[in-house]
Design a protein around this ligand. Structure first.
Ligand SMILES: [Zn+2]
Length: 306
């Protein structure tokens, strides 16, 4: 079989290197860069390729090629070319070079394009998108991307078997993006559970008024994530006779409908023990004035006036 093998395929590295020196057509150079058993020879072959498209093929080939060879092939690539490599189809062998391409990019519009390109695999692709999203700073681009990620963020999109692993990566990237956006949209403040989101909602409340913003006010009141001061402020915007103020909530965290009765049969005699507790903040009766098995929830009206 050795009879038909070119010298650059041989075990002898020095001979392979000498064979490479005689090659100057891109087609053979591509072959050497992607098939030669010696990384040093592959590296030199990749650098010798003249045609940029052939170089990009080396960078993004699904064959097993060492990362340093792929990186050498990316040298001198334009932002658009880097973007195309970052977007190339998911394959276990190209994950690292796609991330490397993102690392080398600086054009935010193209980074946004990478972040928006969704392939049908999961984890690896999500990491590339998340890395690209992490480098976008422009508010308009970020807000547009966050809206595109909405269903993934909310777990409504389940694609491949790996998507379960990809979701947390995207979720974290979107929360980070949210933290970087100046004046994020109200809808995202409602979705993202962070300190900044609470501050933003508090700020948004300053501009809200009854009755035009009633839906938004109710949305804040019905979201478990935000604490008591926010709920009190939102409740104070509703008129005294608004039926929403009759809703029962937790006196600690202000969450509507979270105080529930629990019971267990752990008693020695098998009797069931019942008690009330908030399913959001886990607290029970605030003042100790009520029995454990008494509902300690209060109305939003009472919460407002606390
Ligand atoms: Zn609570």
């Amino acid at each position: 079989m050795g009879l038909f093998k070119p010298a650059w395929m041989g075990k002898n590295e020095a001979r392979a290197m000498r064979a490479l020196d005689k090659v100057c057509d891109d087609e053979t150079l591509f072959q050497i860069a992607t098939e030669c058993p010696h990384a040093s020879v592959q590296l030199r072959a990749a650098s010798k390729i003249q045609n940029r498209l052939v170089r990009l093929d080396v960078a993004s080939t699904s064959r097993y090629v060492p990362l340093k060879v792929r990186k050498a092939a990316l040298e001198g690539a334009t932002e658009r070319e880097l973007c195309d490599v970052a977007k190339c189809g998911p394959h276990p062998n190209v994950g690292d070079i796609r991330l490397e391409a993102v690392r080398m990019m600086s054009d935010e519009a193209l980074l946004a394009e990478v972040a928006a390109t969704v392939h049908d695999d999961g984890g690896q692709d999500a990491s590339v998108r998340a890395a690209a999203l992490g480098k976008v700073g422009d508010r308009e681009l970020l807000v547009g991307l966050m809206d595109q990620y909405r269903d993934i963020y909310l777990g409504k999109v389940k694609r491949g078997p790996y998507e379960g692993g990809g979701d947390p990566v995207i979720k974290e990237a979107v929360v980070n993006a949210y933290e970087r956006v100046e004046r994020p949209p109200f809808e995202w403040s409602m979705l993202v559970q962070s300190e900044k989101a609470s501050r933003n909602i508090m700020h948004d409340l300053d501009d809200m008024a009854f009755p035009e913003d009633r839906d938004r006010i109710l949305a804040i009141l019905s979201t478990a994530a935000f604490g008591k001061p926010l709920k009190q402020k939102a409740a104070s915007l509703l008129p005294d006779d608004d039926p929403a103020l009759d809703e029962r909530c937790c006196p600690h965290c202000g969450t509507v409908g979270s105080v529930r009765s629990r019971s267990s049969c752990s008693d020695y005699w098998g009797d069931s023990i019942g008690w009330y507790e908030c399913s959001v903040c886990d607290q029970d009766d605030p003042g100790g004035t009520k029995r454990k098995d008494e509902d300690f929830s209060i109305t939003l009206r009472e919460l407002r006036d606390m």
